[in-house]
Design a protein around this ligand. Structure first.
Ligand SMILES: Nc1nc2c(c(=O)[nH]1)N[C@H]1C(S)=C(S)[C@@H](COP(=O)(O)OP(=O)(O)OC[C@H]3O[C@@H](n4cnc5c(=O)[nH]c(N)nc54)[C@H](O)[C@@H]3O)O[C@H]1N2
Ligand SMILES: Nc1nc2c(c(=O)[nH]1)N[C@H]1C(S)=C(S)[C@@H](COP(=O)(O)OP(=O)(O)OC[C@H]3O[C@@H](n4cnc5c(=O)[nH]c(N)nc54)[C@H](O)[C@@H]3O)O[C@H]1N2
Ligand code: SF4
Ligand SMILES: [Mo]
Length: 746
């Protein structure tokens, strides 16, 4: 089925055959424990099943309580889980809404044309899977398996990665790298020889000073991280937040530095200057483990707080005071690496600056700073070795020498036919990622999808991305399925089990089953020597010295550390994972590749008269676009608002709750209006909105058209030259007060 125009299909065109939540509050997770205790009363006749949450990627282990009729009555955090300590966040508690959502994808769909109009028709699993297998075979025959690209996020990813590898492709990428945390991984790896990874190995519970740079823990609801931050605040830790917006974290801080957007590197350099020239850095640590300190000292000589003031608008005495606070807490201090760090294009260098500061403060490998993380390797269920693809994600990312994972935007570019394309991508499988909302530069994305010969989307919901598929496959939700064992890096290794708490609703199927069924049709039986994923898990658990029986009872199992102490002992020799074995203040590796060996401040564009910088971030009640239609969570927040400074509101004549449309610097106008929220919490040069809203598919009955979509307005993207990240914060918008779409039929 070659589509000359892959127009978006609103799935609605088809004929298709009570949880108590705590309010938005920093302490809501802690309060959650209380309500769970009260609810525990009612669990006597309920069955409990081990799972881990799929509402976000912290993957908290939980118990799903079900009644005899198979209704999910509630979800409770697993007490023994280091990711949640027995307490789910409000989103996790509302995860049951994913299962109950009546808008879910219900059966496989195949694109078809009726009376010249593209639409979907319902199909059996057999028909849909056979079609996919025949398309995959044909593409492999004509172009090679490498031409099949996998775009993924979350748990389904693992099953489809195995399928792709077995078939001969590692052409893969996920927005959780190049649109998320890529730069910090490269920046910290260059400095300390180790990725930050998820969960971040920050010893927040024992810190004396936590510095958050545009990392808004509190709205960014990563569970145990917030719990630890609450504890740190109770224990009197100093919190320093650098954010142009008074975030929830900023409101809990001792110091809020409302920085001029895009100038953070100047502040970081000035902090280095103060630490070094006031001689308050950790001298012994730097001497013992550091490399290139003298070069760094010379480099930051002129980067005084007075110099930074002119750039950042942060007063020199604030810069000095906060640097001294960090030094006083050293080494129990954390300059948090952040997570969504693709901002202005020099993001790896900003991450390097943050890593270097941690190095000067002696916090890597120290109590109250960063611990040495450990995880347990889950043994591979026996299968033949994977074939070696001729090219894959690495070749697609070859322009970016320090990319550690596939780059979505490169995979997307390679899908647009052009002369001399060495690595042509012809078909996509999209599993658990809503690219329409997560990839900036929608035009490029649509051009690529338009050119594809075939596209499959595996999702639980009729999200925007499904409308572009040739085949849509309904995966059942995490509560209805078995998945791979969760193994994550932590203070001590642990594993968590997910087995079905309830039967799949409608005609939906687990990801592992879908992958296996496609695999069997592709002749990959040898990679699927089992009938049920449970057999694989049983085998793995036995290898790990436990059993399915035991795991069903406990849900989470911890293992003793094997890699030694979590922290460097006083005066101990320690080899870092960098080329030199030292903490690299000066990076010869970057220099050899033609990049600045030490971070440099460069100026970025600022909004012109009448325009404001488009700032965006997490809603505490939602995860990206994936939860907006969730009945439980939509109840808590059903639209986003546009934060506007009172001064701006006055100049522009805007009032609270007024609906506006936004037009960006490239003339793109938001499809849906957004209501104004006048607040001092945002600087006068920016506006702010929560990400994930403004969805386009009418089949999402609660989410459709509610609020504005930030992604649509992010058409200008700066690419990080070191690792290929898509920087999204250089877009500017102006207000439109009269409906610009009035005369257009939607
Ligand atoms: N404009 C803008 N873009 C961004 C960001 C931003 O803040 N603004 N943030 C960036 C960041 S930090 C990240 S990590 C990425 C995230 O980007 P995505 O991974 O694309 O994020 P989600 O919106 O969670 O999309 C997940 C998709 O998976 C589906 N899904 C949920 N559960 C399941 C399941 O169990 N099985 C299957 N098969 N599908 C499921 C959902 O319905 C949804 O369609 O986006 C990045 N892009
Ligand atoms: N509730 C909830 N929690 C989540 C998620 C979710 O979807 N929902 N997603 C998770 C994921 S995958 C990620 S990556 C993280 C992301 O969480 P964070 O890494 O905390 O990132 P953002 O949500 O993008 O928030 C960015 C903050 O940066 C500020 N900012 C904007 N421009 C600048 C600037 O120039 N300088 C400085 N210093 N600050 C600036 C914004 O005002 C905002 O407060 O959240 C995770 N946690
Ligand atoms: S932080 Fe919340 S949404 Fe994320 S996995 Fe944990 S409980 Fe689920
Ligand atoms: Mo992310």
């Amino acid at each position: 089925m070659v589509n000359s125009r892959r127009s978006f299909i609103k799935i609605s065109a088809l004929g298709a055959s009570g949880i108590a939540l705590t309010p938005l509050a920093f302490s809501s997770i802690n309060e959650g424990a209380l309500s769970e205790n009260l609810l525990a009363e009612g669990t006597k006749n309920l069955k409990r099943t081990a799972t881990y949450c799929e509402v976000c990627f912290w993957k908290c282990a939980a118990w799903a309580y079900t009644d005899e009729e198979g209704n999910v009555k509630k979800l409770v955090g697993n007490e023994n889980d280091p990711h949640c300590n027995g307490r789910l966040c409000p989103r996790g508690t509302g995860g049951v809404g994913m299962y109950n959502d009546e808008d879910r994808l219900k059966t496989p769909l195949i694109r078809t044309t009726v009376n010249g109009k593209e639409t979907f028709r319902e199909a059996s699993w057999d028909e849909a899977l056979n079609l996919i297998a025949s398309k995959f075979k044909a593409i492999k025959k004509e172009y090679g398996a490498e031409s099949l690209g996998l775009l993924k996020h979350g748990c389904p990813g693992a099953h489809f990665t195995h399928l792709f590898r077995a078939f001969g492709s590692d052409t893969e990428a996920e927005p959780a790298y190049a649109q998320c945390r890529g730069p910090r991984e490269t920046g910290f790896a260059l400095t300390f020889g180790s990725w930050v990874g998820s969960p971040e190995p920050t010893d927040i519970r024992d810190t004396k000073c936590l510095v958050l740079i545009g990392s808004h823990i509190g709205e960014n609801m990563h569970n145990s991280q917030i719990q630890e931050m609450s504890d740190a605040i109770d224990n009197g830790a100093t919190i320093i937040t650098v954010d142009p917006r008074l975030s929830t974290a900023a409101s809990k801080s001792d110091y809020w530095l409302p920085i001029k957007p895009s100038t953070d590197i100047a502040l970081l350099l000035a902090w280095m200057h103060v630490l070094i020239y006031e001689e308050i850095y950790d001298k012994d640590y730097v001497e013992r483990y550091g490399l290139g300190f003298d070069e760094l000292k010379e480099h930051v000589k002129d980067f005084t707080p007075e110099w930074a003031y002119g750039i950042t608008t942060i007063k020199p005495d604030q810069i000095r005071k906060t640097a001294r606070e960090m030094a006083a807490a050293s080494p129990a201090v954390i300059i948090h690496p952040g997570r969504h760090v693709v901002w202005y294009g020099d993001d790896t260098q900003r991450a390097r600056a943050m890593a270097i500061l941690n190095g000067l403060l002696g916090s890597w490998g120290r109590r109250g700073g960063f611990y040495f993380k450990e995880k347990i390797k889950i043994p591979d269920f026996p299968h033949p070795p994977y074939p070696h693809p001729k090219w894959g994600w690495k070749e697609l990312a070859e322009k970016y020498p320090l990319a550690d994972m596939g780059i979505t935007t490169e995979l997307i570019r390679a899908s647009i036919p052009q002369k001399d394309n060495k690595y042509p991508v012809k078909a996509w499988m999209v599993a658990g990622t809503n690219l329409i909302q997560s990839i900036p530069d929608t035009k490029l994305l649509k051009e690529a999808m338009d050119a594809l010969e075939f596209m499959v989307v595996i999702d639980t919901m009729p999200m925007d991305i499904t409308g572009y598929a040739d085949v849509v496959l309904p995966e059942c939700t995490y509560l209805e399925r078995c998945d791979i064992l969760r193994s994550a890096t932590n203070r001590e290794p642990s594993i968590a089990l997910r087995i079905p708490a309830v039967k799949p609703k409608y005609n939906s199927k687990p990801g592992w089953w879908i992958a296996k069924e496609i695999g069997m049709r592709l002749g990959l039986e040898k990679y699927y020597q089992y009938d049920d994923l449970k057999e694989v898990i049983e085998w793995q658990l036995k290898e790990l010295g436990t059993s399915l029986e035991e795991m069903k009872k406990i849900g989470v199992k911890k293992f003793p550390r094997k890699s030694g102490s979590m922290f460097i002992e006083e005066g101990q020799h320690h080899e870092f994972g960098t080329h030199s074995g030292k903490i690299e203040f000066y990076s010869a590796e970057l220099e050899e590749l033609g990049f600045d060996p030490m971070p440099v401040y460069t100026s970025h564009d600022h909004p012109e008269q009448g325009f404001y910088r488009l700032n965006y971030g997490r809603s505490p009640m939602h995860t990206f676009s994936r939860t907006i239609n969730n009945p439980n969570l939509n109840d808590l927040m059903d639209e986003n608002k546009l934060w506007v400074n009172p001064k701006v509101a006055r100049i522009e004549g805007l009032i609270n709750e007024q609906e506006v449309w936004l037009e960006n610097q490239d003339g793109v106008i938001s499809e849906f209006p957004i209501k104004v929220r006048v607040t001092e919490r945002i600087r006068w040069d920016s506006v702010y909105m929560y990400h994930g809203f403004g969805q386009h598919n009418k089949k999402l009955t609660r989410a459709y058209g509610k609020g504005a979509c930030d992604t649509q307005l992010i058409t200008k993207v700066a690419t990080d030259p070191i690792m290929g990240g898509s920087a999204m914060r250089g877009n500017f918008v102006k207000f439109i007060t009269n409906n610009p779409h009035k005369d257009i039929e939607v």
